[in-house]
Design a protein around this ligand. Structure first.
Ligand SMILES: [Zn+2]
Length: 393
């Protein structure tokens, strides 16, 4: 008579080495290899901290990649300790692992004891579909999409540059978008500020932008700042953001933003537009030049085009805003070559993109100092940039 499966299991368990969850808990700190043998649809409620997941059917083919050293201490577990008992015998007898144990009672007993688990981050079925074209790219995939969903990006302005940037970052699934803008939607904005609409003329731009973003992607949290950025509020607003998108249209804000972001070491993706010309650069504090390395003093007022109303080709902020959005996504994903130390100049009429190398200035009034010395009490919280810019004129 052949043995029943219960007999077989008893037999296997008597042959292998079992370990109690309390002992495994102690061993977690010591770098033992812990392998979860459950199926993919069983792990959503959590794994042991630091455990690697290998479904039982793939154990033989994948274990070497995870635990190359056959003398290493390996602990297997499953839901209740049965599959891991068979797995332990296979690893020892067939694959030559010398020190394999199976955890008694599996993760069920582990959880009954109240021990900690790591809940894996997964995308919902809807998110898998929404971001499917990202998931197909090796450089992004599920991990990259999670990074985008976890990212916090602050947009200065929901205007010409901010509109396309915000829409595409929202579509890409950047999880938190902060928007600083104290203006209302005006008819003259709509030639280029595509996040707004004719029926929303007169309402605050932050509210209009939020409406468009939520209509496009409800995954995105919008944080609204219907204020003008100044020395009294900048630190409070920008702290905690991963990247700042600068679409500011005036020099005082640009200088203030530079000094505050160097202090907090937050990268800034900056662009500006005028007529048919656009500029873009990424300022990553202490890795490349800051804005002050390039433009130590504000230009004289008559050469500072942003002081009054100026013409701009309506599609140009679209081009430049999407170059900004692209750099933001690359920063979040840590992929590609960022436009750090490079000023990209786009000439829409000539259809050319040229590049100027820019360097850190060792005597830069801002980034030659350590962060804690920027804008401290001695310097005055931050200089009065309105006066600073006016004086330069
Ligand atoms: Zn600098």
């Amino acid at each position: 008579m052949s043995p029943s499966s219960a007999d077989l299991l008893r037999q296997v368990k008597s042959e292998i080495d079992e370990v109690d969850p309390s002992e495994v808990k102690e061993l977690l700190q010591e770098g033992v290899a812990i392998v979860d043998l459950r199926e993919t649809d069983e792990i959503s409620s959590g794994l042991l901290p630091g455990a690697k997941h290998v479904p039982r059917g793939y154990l033989e083919s994948r274990i070497e990649a995870i635990v190359p050293d056959r003398e290493a201490h390996v602990i297997l577990y499953c839901a209740s300790g049965n599959r891991s008992a068979y797995g332990a015998r296979t690893l020892r007898d067939d694959l030559g692992y010398e020190h394999v144990q199976s955890m008694t009672g599996g993760i069920t007993l582990w959880k009954d004891r109240g021990y900690e688990v790591d809940v894996p981050r997964t995308l919902s079925a809807e998110q898998r579909e929404r971001y499917s074209r990202h998931l197909l790219i090796g450089e992004i995939g599920v991990d990259g999409q999670q990074k985008l969903l976890d990212a916090k990006v602050l947009l200065l302005g929901a205007g010409g540059l901010g509109s396309p940037t915000a829409l595409y970052l929202a579509a890409a699934g950047v999880g938190t978008l902060g928007i600083v803008d104290d203006d209302d939607v005006d008819l003259s904005n709509l030639q280029r500020q595509v996040i707004h609409s004719t029926q929303r003329i007169g309402i605050p731009k932050v509210d209009s932008a939020e409406e468009s973003i939520h209509a496009l992607n409800p995954d995105v949290r919008v944080v609204k700042y219907p204020v003008r950025l100044d020395a009294s509020n900048i630190m409070e607003i920008i702290e905690g953001y991963d990247v700042i998108v600068d679409g500011a249209d005036n020099f005082p804000t640009r200088y203030l933003l530079n000094d505050a972001t160097v202090r907090l070491k937050i990268p800034v993706v900056s662009a500006s537009i005028l007529g048919f010309d656009g500029q873009l650069s990424v300022f990553k504090p202490y890795e490349g030049p800051c804005y002050r390395c390039l433009f130590r003093e504000p230009p004289p007022a008559e050469l500072a085009p942003s002081c009054g109303a100026n013409g701009v080709l309506g599609v140009l902020p679209g081009t430049m805003g999407l170059l900004q959005a692209t750099e933001v996504v690359k920063l979040i994903l840590s992929i590609g070559d960022l436009a750090i130390g490079r000023l990209l100049l786009y000439d829409a009429l000539a259809a050319t993109l040229t590049e100027v190398k820019v360097h850190r200035d060792p005597d830069c009034p801002i980034c030659s100092r350590p962060p804690e010395e920027i804008g401290d009490e001695e310097m005055g919280v931050f200089p009065d940039y309105e006066a600073f810019c006016a004086a330069a004129g």
